[in-house]
Design a protein around this ligand. Structure first.
Ligand code: ATP
Ligand code: MG
Length: 444
């Protein structure tokens, strides 16, 4: 019967032929975060719905339209639409915030939002993100941005603009909300239904509306930077001067308000124009009230989330290089059961030393086995049959050059193979003067 069950709209399969791209981002992200002193955290895929209502905010798109809320037996849960709420919840619940501050964690996880699927906008997507808890200082804002920037650079991304803004504290926000209400009130009837509600409950959300009409109306709306209190203003100035000192270029962009309610003071986005409308590859900021909002002490926090799928779109578009997957180092083509058993024994030793070693599992003839070895890109092959078993030696063939070398099938096999393998690498370095740990383009 033909398989006719397809994956749900807005989800993606990552096939073995592409997974090295994900591995590249994961490895570089992990290394970068660790070099900044962040440790990994893993949290559940679903949480109590209440967590997101209290953190992300009831008037946001995420909560109003995008959450996957499921009822299992009598209890209701929501698949995490983002990583911050769950991470802060875990830090609180496990007492991490009672330990030495700042606490610095990073995560790589999938998020779920019921959005209209399009390039760079999925219903299940993946984020790398960091959270730092404990520091109110603008140096922390600069540090978190430097981490994101360092990662983007290490991935080889170009032409990504950093847009920064400050959306102040609740005090400056109150004055700003008043100004926004006065500005939008005369246009009330033209606003979309959601924005009519936002005007009452959360006017800053109006600036985040994706409807072209609301966008047009909001074009000349007052900007938050004119309403910052002295403390928020100083914080923003100091933050910008750290960025400048660190050599991180940025653009002050008062339009950035972010799509989640928990932000205060610094907000930022890394934006590219190269992948269409979904150009924000990384977004984050400070959320000084969030921990308290979730029942903790008053501990300031900040962080960002970076979307893997969007990163990959840009990396592919820009021809960025990926860490290449390891191919089969050696494939044993065998004739007969005794030869197969010999191959099993040799492979065991090789694998212990980290080589990728394989043999026939299909019961094919030698010719078909060699064809398979070619297909999987085996670097070396070795044919073993009755003659080789009797002689106690076989020929190691280097597939690219076709060169062959006799090797004993004894307990020194792994060591001898290692020697051959290492010499080949040295030859490659001599010949092409390229690094032994070379990055190569994706089509190689
Ligand atoms: P957008 O304005 O594009 O909807 P957002 O403000 O909802 O983004 P955040 O909640 O800040 O996004 O998420 C951080 C990052 O996660 C985004 O910058 C983006 O890279 C990625 N992201 C968010 N939503 C999606 C999605 N539906 N599909 C793929 N990536 C996403
Ligand atoms: Mg969104």
């Amino acid at each position: 019967m033909a398989m006719n069950i397809k994956r749900p709209n807005g989800t993606e399969d990552v096939l073995p032929k592409d997974v090295y791209k994900w591995n590249t981002i994961e490895k570089i992200a992990r290394d970068t975060a660790e070099s900044f002193g962040f440790s990994e955290i893993r949290i559940p895929t679903f949480e109590n719905t209440e967590l997101f209502l209290r953190s992300v905010g009831e008037t946001t798109d995420v909560v109003q339209k995008e959450m996957y809320t499921v009822k299992a037996k009598e209890t209701e849960f929501t698949l995490r639409p983002e990583g911050t709420a769950g991470t802060i919840r875990a830090m609180l619940q496990n007492g991490l915030l009672n330990e030495a501050l700042p606490q610095k964690v990073f995560y790589m996880l999938s998020c779920f939002r019921h959005e209209r699927p399009q390039a760079g906008r999925l219903r299940e997507f993946h984020q790398f993100g960091v959270e730092m808890a404990g520091s109110p200082a603008p140096s922390a804002d600069a540090e978190v941005i430097l981490l994101a920037k360092t990662l983007l650079d290490r991935l080889g991304l170009k032409n990504i603009e950093l847009h920064v803004n400050s959306i102040g504290c609740p005090e400056c926000r109150a004055k700003y909300h008043k100004a926004l209400r006065e500005y939008f009130e005369p246009h009330k009837e033209e606003l979309c239904d959601t924005c009519k509600e936002r005007l009452v409950k959360n006017p800053m959300r109006l600036l985040d509306c994706k409807s072209p009409i609301c966008k047009e109306i909001g074009k000349d709306a007052p900007v938050i930077l004119d309403y910052l209190c002295d403390e928020c203003k100083d914080h923003f100035e100091q933050f910008k001067s750290y960025l400048a000192k660190l050599g991180v270029d940025f653009i002050v962009d008062p339009k950035i308000v972010r799509g989640l309610d928990y932000y205060t003071k610094t907000v930022f986005e890394f934006i590219t124009t190269e992948i269409g409308a979904q150009g924000t590859v990384c977004a984050g900021g400070r959320y000084d009230g969030l921990i308290e909002q979730l029942g903790g002490q008053h501990i300031p926090a900040l962080g960002f989330g970076m979307g893997f799928e969007r990163l990959l779109l840009v990396m592919d578009k820009q021809g960025c290089e990926y860490l290449t997957p390891k191919k089969c180092d050696i494939y044993f083509a065998t004739m007969g059961d005794a030869a197969l058993e010999k191959a099993m024994e040799l492979v065991k030793g090789l694998r212990e030393f980290g080589y990728r070693a394989e043999y026939d599992l299909m019961g094919r003839g030698v010719k078909a086995q060699m064809k398979y070895a070619n297909k999987i890109g085996a670097v070396y092959t070795m044919v073993i049959g009755d003659n080789e078993l009797n002689d106690g030696k076989a020929r190691l063939k280097e597939m690219e050059s076709g060169e062959e070398k006799e090797m004993l099938l004894n307990e020194k096999f792994t060591a001898n193979f290692e020697n051959e393998y290492f010499n080949k690498i040295l030859d490659v370095i001599d010949d092409e003067n390229q690094s032994m740990f070379a990055f190569t383009g994706e089509d190689k």
